[in-house]
Ligand binder design. Structure first.
Ligand code: DGJ
Length: 718
């Protein structure tokens, strides 16, 4: 998988269908190639270095270095920006050594992709050094045997006598000169990850978060595609970050019109003092290349995230059908009310009841008690243990909501430790949702969270945790850091959060953790390393969810997306959609309910029961199968179609946004079937070949009324 051609001085990282090559030229590590698989390093003879011909510009400004730094007239964005004790930022990195080994190492303090056995991957570590400063940079590249994803990271070692300041750290890769379009996931609260596609401008294109979380507004995902790339074909170069904090994803089109793509810290809110003898580990970036369009990208990223990012007991297990009380009751509940919702859930086959916000302290609205993780026995009469046991006696698991990273000013915790929140002494502490953020860079704060959450989880049979985080950083600074290191707070917070999550998930390995951040405000591969699913959005309107889940699915697998059926009129949009439509759309993720089933009509309750039975029958395919988008709601008037495929069946869901009179006949073409195989859908009594389903497509019946769905389930019969 990884080769070094001594004579040509070329590194060849060879996947099943991609190659990535670098070449040492005069001690400088050059990027040579990333694209479809090459048989060997013979492309070396085609590699030319710009700037060899006479030019006004300096050669380093035009040469594709693997780690572009400020050196010899380089004017593009740097992958590594270090200010040394002399106050300058020149950094001359030259090849020193390399090693190739089986498997993959974990990154110190940070989540990263992993393998279960050494045979699954090979890793190359290249050490570069600036001998003037005595700084080493170790670049790590892992090639996985089963899936064409390249994991990269960088660590910086200060062997010099003086402290230096890291100002920026990016994983950079040069793409071939060509025309590109950028695809990214734009959004906001309740409208997360709307897939956007825009021609790549001839300059800098950046999406970023400096919120202290990956955020609702942008997601750490960037794809550069050719203008002709579709869901089904065409080249895609994509990157994502195994990190949950602020980030920057960019494409810098240089003077030779070849973009350098980068993923890393957001330099506005990052700085790190690296003392003599210390090592700084940068976050991992995942690089994916395919010629098979956007569905080809998802066919790489989905199984990779399921197998090499998500981990633990729940990784491959069918995810339980849940019912959550949030939109059913908000804060207005007591133990009996919760039990009655759970009971109805059990009657229709739900497997998990989740007690959402409001069970602790004196919390009856969102203005108090975060930090006081002690059950409120006035609401949960008899305590948590009793309620959880009653729920278990219904044959269900019991789950619980926490927001451990936060503190309410009106809380015993805040009264005891007013300096435990992020703040700037002397300035107003900006409240959002009437809460402040705990300073997770501090060990005593981390320990408090670990112990207080653990105590609750030990006190009652809790099998699931919804880990929420409902605001972003404003005066996001630790009061215990010296002035010169204040800008380290955000990254130190993330390291603290990862320690807390690592400790708690290790203590409770059988608990299913679902992350949440005001919906999907922290949906990234970093958090998925600890919690295999994320609440996708607070917007539970089926019509809106189609777009949110469409965008999310570009990178993230359906088994990582929480998707619930809620009441109508919908609480976020006021729209009413048919019950069956809400069920079908929620089947595009980890299915659940977020309403009071006791308030449903008999007809809707029956529909809910049938949907649960269907999810249980089909979830193997929906959670582990290959997912393909057949039609894009962003360009198709809100209508969409998607397909799940595994050895056993093909499930197709068609969502029709708005009815119109006198429509021409339409059809949806399936993908990835065997041309000569014959497929049968019992419910619609359809039997035809894979070739016909892919060539002619499923004819769409005329649909009266808005927001209608159709679900097909084909089995291969010969
Ligand atoms: C935001 C989450 O996204 C909701 O699902 C709910 O848990 C609330 N927080 C509770 O405060």
């Amino acid at each position: 998988m990884i080769y070094f051609d001594e004579q040509k001085q070329v590194f060849h990282l060879q996947g099943n269908r991609f190659s990535y090559q670098m070449k040492i030229v005069d001690g400088v590590l050059m990027h040579m190639y990333w694209g479809s698989r090459l048989p060997s390093c013979d492309g070396d003879c085609l590699f030319t270095l710009a700037g060899e011909a006479a030019s006004f510009d300096l050669p380093f400004n035009r040469r594709p270095r693997e780690v572009p730094t400020q050196e010899k007239g380089y004017f593009g964005r740097r992958a590594l920006d270090i200010v040394n004790s002399q106050g300058d930022d020149v950094l001359s990195l030259r090849y020193e050594s390399h090693i190739i080994f089986s498997g993959k190492k974990a990154l110190a303090g940070l989540p990263s992709s992993y393998t279960e056995t050494e045979e699954e991957a090979q890793t190359l570590e290249i050490t570069l050094a600036d001998t003037f400063l005595n700084i080493q940079v170790v670049l790590s590249y892992t090639v996985f045997r089963d899936l064409d994803v390249l994991a990269r990271s960088m660590r910086v070692i200060n062997n010099g006598p003086d402290a230096v300041t890291l100002k920026d750290l990016q994983t950079a890769v040069c793409l071939p000169y060509d025309q590109y379009e950028a695809i990214h996931l734009k959004g906001g609260w309740a409208k997360e990850r709307q897939a956007m596609r825009t021609p790549l401008p001839m300059g800098h294109f950046t999406i970023q978060s400096r919120r202290g979380a990956s955020g609702h507004e942008n997601n750490p995902f960037l794809a550069l595609v050719k203008p002709e790339t579709t869901e089904f074909s065409g080249e895609v170069y994509a990157m994502t970050h195994v990190y949950s904090g602020s980030f920057s994803a960019s494409a810098d089109v240089g003077m030779d019109l070849a973009p350098t793509m980068m993923m890393g810290f957001c330099p506005d809110v990052f700085s790190w003092q690296l003392n003599p003898g210390e090592t700084f580990q940068g976050p991992e970036a995942l690089l994916m290349y395919t010629k098979d369009g956007l569905n080809g990208l998802s066919a790489l990223s989905h199984p990779f995230i399921r197998r090499h990012i998500c981990r633990g007991y729940w990784r491959d297990r069918p995810r339980p059908v849940l019912i959550n009380n949030w939109e059913a009751t908000y804060f207005d509940f007591n133990a009996e009310k919760l039990y009655n919702i759970a009971k109805k859930g059990a009657e229709i086959g739900c497997e998990l009841f989740v007690i959402d916000d409001g069970w602790f302290g004196k919390r009856n609205t969102d203005n108090c008690s975060l930090g006081d993780w002690v059950v409120n026995e006035n609401k949960v009469e008899g305590g948590l243990k009793k309620l959880a046991e009653r729920i278990e006696s219904l044959g269900m698991m019991c789950g619980l909501w926490f927001e451990p990273e936060m503190v309410s000013p009106d809380s015993d915790l805040y009264r005891a430790h007013p300096d435990w929140c992020l703040h700037v002494p002397g300035r107003e502490r900006t409240q959002a949702r009437q809460q402040l953020i705990l300073d997770l860079s501090r060990k005593e704060v981390q320990d408090y969270i670990i112990e207080s959450v653990s105590a609750v989880l030990r006190s009652a049979p809790i099998s699931y945790v919804k880990w929420d985080m409902n605001r972003n950083m404003t005066e996001g600074f630790s009061c215990v850091l010296p002035p010169r290191q204040k800008m380290e707070t955000q990254h130190r917070y993330m390291l603290g959060l990862y320690r807390v999550l690592g400790e708690i998930t290790a203590r409770f390995p059988r608990v299913l953790f679902e992350s949440c951040s005001g919906g999907g405000g922290r949906f990234d591969c970093g958090i998925l390393c600890f919690m295999p699913q994320t609440w996708t959005s607070d917007d539970t309107d089926a019509a809106e969810r189609v777009k949110i889940q469409y965008g999310t699915s570009l990178l993230y697998p359906c088994s990582s997306m929480g998707a619930h059926v809620s009441a109508v009129p919908n609480h976020q949009t006021g729209r009413s959609t048919p019950f069956l439509t809400r069920c079908h759309v929620a089947m595009g993720g980890n299915f659940g309910f977020e309403l009071d089933l006791n308030k449903l009509s008999d007809e809707d309750l029956q529909c809910a029961k049938e949907a649960v039975a269907m999810v249980k029958e089909l979830r193997g395919t929906m959670q582990q199968g290959t997912y393909a988008r057949l039609s894009n709601p962003m360009t198709n008037g809100g209508s969409a179609a998607w397909q799940f495929t595994d050895q056993e069946r093909i499930i197709v869901c068609i969502y029709h946004h708005q009815a119109a009179a006198n429509q021409p006949p339409q059809s949806i073409r399936l993908t990835g079937l065997e041309e000569d195989a014959v497929y049968h859908d019992e419910a619609h009594n359809l039997t035809c070949s894979g070739a016909a389903l892919m060539g002619m497509g499923l004819p769409l019946p005329y649909m009266r009324g808005d927001f209608k769905t159709l679900l097909y389930c084909f089995r291969k019969i010969s």
